[in-house]
Design a protein around this ligand. Structure first.
Ligand SMILES: Cc1ncc(COP(=O)(O)O)c(C=O)c1O
Length: 442
């Protein structure tokens, strides 16, 4: 295939495989047979992938994909022998590589083994699970909590279980994919509201509340693409007035925002009981893996005893992950200066970026800072240039974000230095000044 042909295919989007002639003799009413129905290589998704991959390779955009890192990944990372300033790890507090956290995981493996051997309700329970849950309640001020094996799955399955056909889910348009997948598991009516547009949320609730039984509002503590924080007190006021439930995804807020780094409750000085469901992931500031939900006792009882994928029908969180998460949570509470350094680094990054005329969009008070580019290809090109200059930051491209809001996303770390940030901003503005004209493909 020539370069020109490939570009044309890319511009056209999905490449549906050509229809093969003939009907399935077994059943005349079936859809005409296409090899794209039974041969993975002919699936349009695969054809799209290979065409896009071909283009990426041709442009040398694959250079920093799937590189293996050695050692830990925090403010710096050693990628196959090259030490880079690292903005691609959400190990915000550098706890993934903290000796205390690593030792807690090692001790747990020595005590319980690499796995608990079963689901929690059938002999997979270990005291670390309850200790983690009690500490979450202590830190957040919630009545109860449940820890689960995966961050993504905890979010999806919690939403997926709680909402039924007669219910309504109403979510901010920038909500994470795990919440969207959770919504799709339900047969509930689903509505989205424009990002942080509380008037539209209020209006949609006024129009729809009475047609439904449970109404669940979904928001994030920090939006993972834009790095902004919603007005949670306003969401609480709205949800109370409409007798709805509010669920906040704390994946990027817990451990990072607030004077003590303890998430939205700390940031806004809230009563945890005003948020019906506080969901968190352990893969970010906690430096390990897993998810939890914190909230009123009846909610946790329902999730523990009925919700598939939260605790039932799956393995218990591993001893190592649970112990690491627990130790991280204790350190988070004891050492708020770690979160404060993330906040200060992000504020410094934004200040310097704005001085250099770069677009940091809505980011404020969190550890996530985007640098918006003209389109996806510029974002991809820019990430490669930075990579060559010793800086690791990954692009967020269309369709994950709108084309004209393509970006490089920077996760600020507690261990970043001002010198590293100054150098990064200089490289960013030097590179962007010579960004090539886009081909209008991505
Ligand atoms: C906002 C948000 N929610 C949920 C998740 C899922 O968490 P995990 O990485 O623990 O699966 C992520 C992960 O990137 C996220 O960014």
């Amino acid at each position: 295939m020539s370069f020109k042909d490939s570009i044309e295919r890319l511009k056209k989007g999905m490449n549906l495989a050509p229809m093969e002639s003939g009907m399935n003799p077994e059943n005349e009413r079936t859809i005409p047979y296409q090899s794209a129905f039974s041969n993975f290589a002919d699936f349009p998704e695969y054809k799209d992938f290979t065409t896009m991959q071909w283009y990426y390779e041709n442009q040398k955009y694959t250079k920093n994909q799937f590189l293996k890192h050695i050692g830990s990944s925090d403010a710096t990372v050693d990628l196959e022998g090259r030490k880079l300033i690292n903005y691609s790890s959400y190990n915000y507090l550098a706890l993934a590589c903290d000796e205390r956290v690593k030792n807690a995981a090692i001790r747990a493996v020595e005590t319980f083994g690499a796995s608990t051997g079963a689901g929690r309700s059938i002999t997979g329970e270990i005291d670390l699970h309850q200790e983690f849950e009690n500490t979450v309640c202590d830190v957040l001020g919630t009545e109860d909590a449940v820890v689960s094996v995966g961050g993504y799955s905890t979010n999806a399955f919690t939403i997926g279980y709680l909402c039924r056909p007669q219910d309504l889910i109403i979510y901010d348009e920038l909500i994470h994919n795990s919440a969207i997948v959770g919504c799709k598991m339900t047969s509930s009516k689903r509505l989205s509201f424009p990002h942080n547009d509380y008037e539209t949320l209020d209006r949609l609730l006024a129009q729809n509340r009475n047609k439904h039984e449970r109404v669940l509002i979904l928001a994030e503590g920090v939006y993972s693409m834009d790095g902004d924080i919603p007005d949670v007190p306003r969401l609480i006021e709205i949800k109370k007035r409409h007798k709805a439930l509010l669920m906040v995804d704390e994946a990027h807020s817990m451990g990072v925002i607030g004077p003590n780094g303890l998430g939205v409750v700390d940031y806004f000085g809230l009563n945890a009981s005003d948020i019906d469901i506080l969901y968190g992931s352990m893969s970010k500031a906690f430096g390990t893996c897993g998810g939890y939900v914190a909230g009123p006792k009846p909610l946790i009882a329902i999730l523990k005893n009925y919700a598939p994928g939260v605790l039932l029908y799956g393995a218990a969180p591993t001893p190592a992950n649970t112990a690491a998460g627990l130790e991280s949570l204790r350190i988070m509470r004891a050492e708020p200066e770690r979160a404060r350094r993330v906040q200060a680094n992000a504020a410094y990054f934004i200040e310097k970026a704005r001085e250099a005329g770069l677009n940091t969009y809505n980011s404020r008070d969190s550890g996530v800072v985007p640098i918006i580019t003209r389109d996806s290809e510029v974002a991809l090109w820019l990430s490669i240039q930075l990579f060559d200059l010793g800086i690791c930051s990954f692009p967020m491209l269309f369709p994950i974000v709108p084309r004209d809001k393509s970006r490089l996303r920077f996760f600020l770390n507690t261990n970043h230095t001002k010198e590293q940030i100054d150098y990064t901003i200089k490289c960013l503005s030097d590179c962007l000044a010579k960004a090539p004209k886009s081909k209008g493909i991505m």
